[in-house]
Design a binder for this molecule. Structure first.
Ligand code: FAD
Length: 416
């Protein structure tokens, strides 16, 4: 390829795709970088969608292009350009308008899609939503302007954020969760007291251990939901937040190996030459447990995209796996961070819990107590970065264990 101008094609213009484009441009000032997005809007910061619903942010405050590294970087972002299929033997992508685009290096960064449960009736009713894109946020906001009561299905972080956004708009909100508690992927039921209190204080109605079997509607759209116990809750809109799945359907027949998501090696390469994957669409591994996982976090997607971009531009870079940390995430003004192993029920971990009326801290060590493997902070997350470092670097903690347990850790301990 010496001397030839490379054509980089990136499918997906979000955390992973845009970070990859930036990384490529830093290493290759000449190559053509085309970023394709099926959405109708220029790339934006997806985690801000709930703020658009609550009215705290407007779209111009969320866009990525024209900001920082994307200013004048000669990155050709093409919106409304859905890729329908790939020809990996001929190194081409097929776009919905019939265009064929050749590539030298291709990145799949198509993110994830909301899981829609198949066992709920009435999903097609007007007023049933998911929240993934800015178009979804606009549709939710539009309906919220004229209705009183929203029912939210699912107690995960994204749905909680959406629920709060609607509460902030002044709607009545009922959150229906099948699990015994909210945020069950990020903490155990015993850990949620402060979050639950915050939900109650904010006026959210929470129903745990319940599920909806049917969405009821008439000519005005949604009028209620039918519960598995036979009860009914009147409402005029329903938002479904039941987890995500990798956006891989368009890769059928491409020959690219998928297993929950695109399978990549430590250089973010797929099984097909010159095809890479990063972000929510890629299967990577958890640095702490070693398990294969699909990440669902902006920061992880951006880091992985950056690594993929470097590899695509010819600078071999290893992606060291993901690490679940949600920086300054908050639910109902209650900040929290959950990282590493925090589910300890029935296992042998050494666990230290410290709770005050305003803060909660759970530290999880290996069964022999020699290594920190997980941490949960609610209310006060000020030192979470230090704990993240210890977990991530698998540090020997013998000399500082009591500082860790008693929350006296400071940067000085890392300078020794
Ligand atoms: C409401 C909400 C709140 C969130 N809050 C947080 C948070 O607080 N913290 C956090 O870390 N993460 C949060 N996330 C998750 C975070 O947004 C994702 O992990 C991140 O956006 C993943 O980035 P990605 O680049 O992998 O894919 P995505 O952001 O999903 O983007 C996929 C891109 O691919 C494009 N695309 C898809 N299919 C095609 C196709 N066939 N052809 C062309 N283009 C295609 C899309 O148009 C889009 O540009 C939140 C997500 C949502 C929805």
């Amino acid at each position: 390829m010496a001397g030839k101008q490379m054509q980089y094609v990136i499918i997906g213009a979000s955390a992973a795709g845009m970070a990859a484009a930036e990384a490529i441009r830093k290493l290759d000032s000449q190559g053509s970088i085309i970023v394709l997005s099926e959405e109708q809007d220029m790339p934006y910061f997806r985690p801000m969608l709930p703020f658009m619903i609550s009215g705290k942010k407007k779209f111009p405050e969320m866009i990525l292009i024209g900001q920082g590294p994307y200013q004048g970087a000669n990155i050709d972002v093409r919106i409304n350009s859905r890729v329908e299929a790939l020809n990996t033997a001929g190194q081409k992508v097929y776009i919905k308008n019939g265009e064929e685009l050749p590539y030298d290096k291709l990145l799949i960064a198509t993110g994830s899609l909301p899981n829609i449960p198949s066992d709920i009736g009435g999903l097609e009713s007007e007023g049933v939503f998911v929240l993934r894109t800015i178009a979804d946020a606009r549709a939710i906001t539009h309906r919220a302007e004229t209705v009183r009561h929203a029912v939210m299905l699912g107690g995960g972080l994204l749905n909680l954020k959406a629920a709060f956004a609607l509460l902030e708009r002044g709607l009545d909100v009922t959150l229906i969760v099948k699990s015994p508690d909210v945020l069950s992927k990020l903490m155990e039921p015993d850990d949620t007291v402060l979050i639950r209190n915050a939900l109650n204080k904010a006026g959210m109605k929470l129903m745990t251990g319940s599920s909806v079997t049917r969405i009821l509607s008439d000519s005005t759209g949604v009028i209620g939901v039918l519960l598995d116990n036979g009860g009914e809750i009147p409402c005029q809109m329903v938002c479904i937040g039941k987890g995500i799945r990798a956006n891989i359907e368009f890769l059928d027949k491409s020959g690219i190996l998928v297993d929950q998501g695109v399978v990549v090696d430590k250089f973010t390469r797929s099984n097909i030459q010159n095809v890479f994957a990063a972000g929510d669409v890629a299967v990577t591994f958890d640095q702490i447990t070693g398990e294969r996982i699909v990440t669902g976090l902006w920061t992880n997607a951006a880091e992985m995209g950056n690594c993929a971009g470097r590899n695509m531009a010819g600078r071999p870079s290893i992606y060291s796996g993901t690490f679940g940390i949600l920086n300054a995430t908050q639910v109902a003004d209650e900040p929290f961070v959950s990282m590493g192993i925090v589910h300890t029920k029935g296992a042998d971990y050494e666990t230290h819990i410290a709770a005050t009326p305003k803060t909660y801290r759970k530290l999880v060590f290996t069964p022999d107590g020699t290594r920190l493997v997980g941490a949960l902070f609610i209310g006060d997350i000020s030192k979470a970065g230090l704990y993240r470092y210890i977990i991530r670097e698998r540090m020997t903690i013998k000399d500082i264990k009591s500082e860790i347990v008693n929350h006296r850790l400071h940067y000085g301990h890392f300078l020794r």
